[in-house]
Ligand binder design. Structure first.
Ligand code: HEM
Length: 322
């Protein structure tokens, strides 16, 4: 038996066993090596390289360079001493959530620009992506749920009062969705750049405000004080807006664009609510009814927002559909 570099049976160029006979080698019955149901073939050799695969990156941009992996992968810095095994999970769970939130903000800002131009179709594609990212963020809780209370308590003390409550991107996302609460800005006094970003978002119309303005432009009866108002204040539901949505839902074929937009918004509202619920349940199973590191009452504080409806009239209208 000897090694050759011809294609092996899995199609790769990796060395394979050449089963031709040599001198005193024992004859092998090739028939017996053919796949059959008693002896199924499985591929178990290295794939090897194809001739066109690029290998010289001395003067070219490679994968890590493009993605800045050196910075990204050196940003996990556990503080526990001696280092607690599970702290890295805790850090990565937060960092990956922040990365996905960055994408959500990017997408929602684009969606808002499309709605401003009455281009709802372009917005559908974006909201479909937003929903899938939210689904991932929801599923991700399952990973953190493998952290037991005793494992968490081993490093909880080291990050002091740091808490997701101070997440700038989460707050920006809430404002883009329309959950406006100026009081939450108080924790950013030490960080003027983030405070400015959040103030700008707080004072601008949310995706829902923009949709109501778009509906008004397209002939639906939306009260003036819902399409011109102080955007930094929380949105107050309006019966007239419910009636406008009832017109859409009672005649979907006539108002297909608005109908589809409404359902896409309900998708993302529901997905956000599911995230908040799963966060609250994960917290409950890990810290029970302790106070949060950010200083709140913990689970009971998180429970207060579980039932929030970002787009209230889109939920109210469902009771009225004939
Ligand atoms: C062991 C895991 C976790 C625990 C025990 C926990 C606990 C808490 C608690 C108690 C609060 C309320 C504020 C406070 O007093 O601290 C909070 C808020 C928050 N946490 Fe977590 N959390 C965990 C994981 C995460 C993860 C992975 C994220 C992802 C980014 C996250 C994001 C947030 C956000 C955005 C808030 C603010 C929610 C709001 O304002 O309604 N948390 N967390």
């Amino acid at each position: 038996m000897r090694l050759t570099s011809k294609k092996n049976s899995c199609g790769s160029n990796a060395p394979r066993l050449d089963r031709r006979l040599h001198n005193n080698e024992v004859a092998m019955d090739n028939e017996k090596l053919k796949p059959n149901s008693d002896f199924p073939h499985v591929c178990a050799v290295a794939r090897g390289l194809e001739p066109d695969i690029e290998t010289d990156f001395s003067a070219k941009l490679d994968y890590s360079g493009y993605l800045h992996l050196a910075e990204l992968l050196s940003a996990q810095k556990p503080l526990s001493e001696p280092m607690q095994h599970d702290e890295i999970l805790f850090i990565i769970q937060h960092q990956t959530s922040e990365l996905w939130m960055k994408l959500l903000i990017h997408e929602l800002q684009a969606a808002i620009r499309f709605i401003q131009k009455d281009s709802l179709e372009s917005c559908f594609k974006i909201l479909a992506r937003v929903k899938q990212v939210q689904r991932m963020l929801f599923e991700q809780w399952a990973v953190l749920e493998t952290l037991t209370p005793s494992e968490y308590m081993k490093f909880r003390g080291i990050f002091g009062h740091a808490s997701g409550f101070q997440s700038v991107q989460y707050r920006q996302l809430e404002f883009l969705f329309g959950n406006k609460d100026a009081a939450t800005l108080k924790v950013y006094d030490h960080d003027p750049a983030s405070l400015q970003v959040l103030k700008n978002t707080l004072e601008s119309p949310s995706i829902y405000d923009e949709f109501l303005r778009c509906m008004a432009r397209n002939g639906f009866k939306i009260p003036t004080d819902r399409i011109e108002r102080n955007w930094s204040l929380p949105y107050e539901p309006s019966e007239e807006v419910v009636r406008a949505f009832a017109e859409v839902y009672n005649n979907p074929l006539l108002h297909w664009r608005e109908y589809e937009m409404c359902e896409k918004l309900v998708d993302v509202d529901e997905a956000f609510a599911l995230w908040r619920f799963r966060h609250m349940k994960t917290v409950e199973r890990i810290i029970g009814f302790r106070k949060g590191t950010g200083g709140s009452s913990g689970v009971s504080f998180l429970k207060q927002v579980v039932d929030i409806h970002l787009f209230p009239e889109l939920w109210q209208v469902r009771t009225l559909i004939s």
